[in-house]
Design a protein around this ligand. Structure first.
Ligand SMILES: NC(=O)c1ccc[n+]([C@@H]2O[C@H](COP(=O)([O-])OP(=O)(O)OC[C@H]3O[C@@H](n4cnc5c(N)ncnc54)[C@H](OP(=O)(O)O)[C@@H]3O)[C@@H](O)[C@H]2O)c1
Length: 322
């Protein structure tokens, strides 16, 4: 089968497409023939070994897993003997830690895999899981409900576009911050108010929120704390300069009345099923910026690394897009 591979950590150019052996599902695994996958910021972190400590999990000197890619949508091509939830031919979507930038991948039946929601294409289904699972983990810390307010900074990114839709589905009042080109898109995702960060600095406009979520790792608690109500929560997705975010997450448990959190996503079947339900209820959609062929993975990755994508970048295979 065709798969993206890399043998050393480095820039996007270390990636190439190669013929490799097709995996064989174990007793509890499903073999998925992938029609669409994505390149996301986590894939880029893995390939570039950023931050450095991730090498302790992904291979100290060279990558432990040669094929990157987390998100996938496709059809079940074979199942192990103990699999009962899926049969050959089922359309599925979900994610696993690595291996999805390929024609086939094996994934455990109990992993983050579900039947593809009706009415969405494989491209759309491939692009929903990572941003939504991370946003979900973040927002679960925010106790969002009717009457609570949240400001989402970086609302045009993969996590940001997911967070706007999830926060609305939880009933919160959502203020989204993004650049000029994404204002209409972010409004269409349901934001109650949209701030163009090139025109207005939300940290100095006097407005306060129950939650401030920096979904793109470009802000800081120091600058945002005056935008929080008493007892407010500041949510980050990045470790921050000199890893100050985890330190703040610990210290604000005991000091001050405003908390900092840095949630870690679970990537579970439960989360994927929750997202599927929202999609089928018309409350969630994947935002796709660009679509590339698998062979153009280097170009796709370079684009993701500009930090300027709107939503998600998809790779297609097999020419099947329904
Ligand atoms: N916690 C975790 O497990 C985890 C996992 C993966 C990624 N991450 C981190 O989460 C962050 C977001 O990931 P993502 O995939 O959502 O990012 P992304 O899709 O690459 O974000 C790109 C978007 O961010 C916007 N942006 C860039 N600079 C901005 C600024 N200064 N102010 C406001 N918006 C800005 C861009 O809009 P403009 O072009 O208009 O600027 C663009 O639309 C990254 O820092 C990543 O490292 C965390």
């Amino acid at each position: 089968m065709r798969a993206v591979v890399f043998d050393r950590y480095g820039p996007p150019e270390v990636l190439r497409v190669e013929e490799v052996e097709r995996p064989v599902p174990k007793e509890d695994e499903v073999l998925v023939r992938i029609h669409a996958t994505t390149v996301n910021r986590s894939d880029c972190g893995y390939r570039g070994a950023e931050p450095f400590f991730t090498r302790f999990f992904t291979g100290l000197l060279r990558p432990k897993y040669r094929t990157p890619g987390m998100e996938l949508a496709g059809e079940v091509a074979a199942v192990g003997g103990a699999v009962s939830e899926f049969v050959v031919g089922d359309a599925v979507f979900g994610l696993k830690g690595h291996g999805a930038n390929a024609e086939y991948v094996c994934i455990r039946e109990t992993g983050a895999l579900a039947h593809k929601p009706s009415g969405v294409t494989f491209e759309e289904a491939a692009a929903v899981s990572d941003g939504a699972c991370i946003a979900l983990a973040c927002l679960q810390k925010a106790e969002l409900r009717e009457g609570r307010s949240i400001l989402i900074h970086g609302a045009s990114g993969s996590i940001g576009t997911a967070a706007v839709q999830l926060a609305k589905s939880f009933g919160a009042h959502v203020t989204a911050v993004c650049g000029t080109k994404a204002l209409d898109l972010v409004s269409s995702l349901g934001a109650d108010a949209v701030i163009d960060y090139t025109q207005e600095d939300f940290t100095t406009n006097g407005e306060t929120y129950d939650v401030v979520f920096d979904s793109v790792g470009k802000h800081s608690f120091r600058r945002c704390r005056h935008s929080l109500k008493p007892g407010g929560i500041y949510i980050e997705t990045d470790l921050g300069f000199m890893w100050h975010v985890p330190i703040l997450a610990l210290s604000t448990r005991w000091i001050g009345d405003k908390r900092v959190t840095l949630p870690i996503p679970k990537y579970s079947k439960e989360d994927v099923l929750f997202i599927k339900e929202l999609i089928e209820a018309g409350k969630y959609r994947a935002v796709i910026d660009r679509t590339y062929q698998l062979e153009d993975v280097v170009e796709a990755t370079r684009y993701v690394e500009t930090g300027q994508k709107t939503g998600n970048v998809v790779l297609t295979l097999n020419g099947v897009v329904r």
